[in-house]
Design a binder for this molecule. Sequence first.
Ligand code: SF4
Ligand code: SF4
Length: 290
Amino acid sequence: TGEVLRKPDWIRVKLPAGDQVNRIKQTLRANRLHTVCEEAACPNLGECFSHGTATFMIMGDLCTRRCPFCDVAHGKPQALDAEEPAHLANTIAAMALKYVVITSVNRDDLRDGGAGHFAACIAEVRRRSPATVVEVLVPDFRGRVGKALQILAAQPCDVFNHNLETVPRLYQQARPGADYQGSLELLKLHREHLPQVPTKSGLMLGIGETEAEILAVLDDLLAHGCSMLTLGQYLQPSKDHLPVQAYIHPDQFQRYAEIATEMGFKQVASAPLVRSSYHADLQAAVIVGV
Ligand code: SF4
Ligand code: SF4
């Protein structure tokens, strides 16, 4: 009740450091690109950037939704930047990345939810860097799933990621404007359109869910064809965001990993600092052979 939980020892933010990190940041600014790594103040930033990994956020840094766990700013979105696919592809080529994650804010203002822009970005990255593996982490395309998938299916990614974020009981609180069943359907339909592309999803733990609820979500994901899973600790970006209800012990994350693997997930990353894109290259190595 209003009390802020103390962060346990295992939540340690690794200090971002080094020339390589700064060099990447400069390249990003020069190309007017945003990364989730920076926007969400991700605790893995130093590690990922120094390995040359980053998650790019396309279509601006203002979201049309306002999820209380999320640190992305809310507001009237900017017009799409037609140059962005080229800038993104230039940056990825310049950084010689082998694995990229492309994600976006929600664009409920666009008729295709931004699917066309995603497809243009994938196409441009493929053209410039044919060997680079491309994972997309997409919003839910609420109300436009059919249309969005048609567009995306014409320009296949290598891994299709869409996060459920939490258990259905907490949707109203944590993901207002989203729909649990709708997100499951999105994963399932992508698999039907492009059966060769693995689908991936993730949850943040520690916002009040129970173990039984998590296991039920894992069942649902498997039943909708999802084969890759990420589980990480929710961290409160500021005191105005959704409070942390519990810091889940690393042993419990390990337990979830074992259960999920046994249930049938082909790839599982489960630990306090795991993020959807954390070591995405390693997560995908098993599946797409990078
Ligand atoms: Fe960026 Fe993802 Fe790494 Fe965080 S885990 S720094 S968001 S690539
Ligand atoms: Fe953040 Fe995504 Fe919610 Fe927008 S839709 S506020 S980017 S979690």
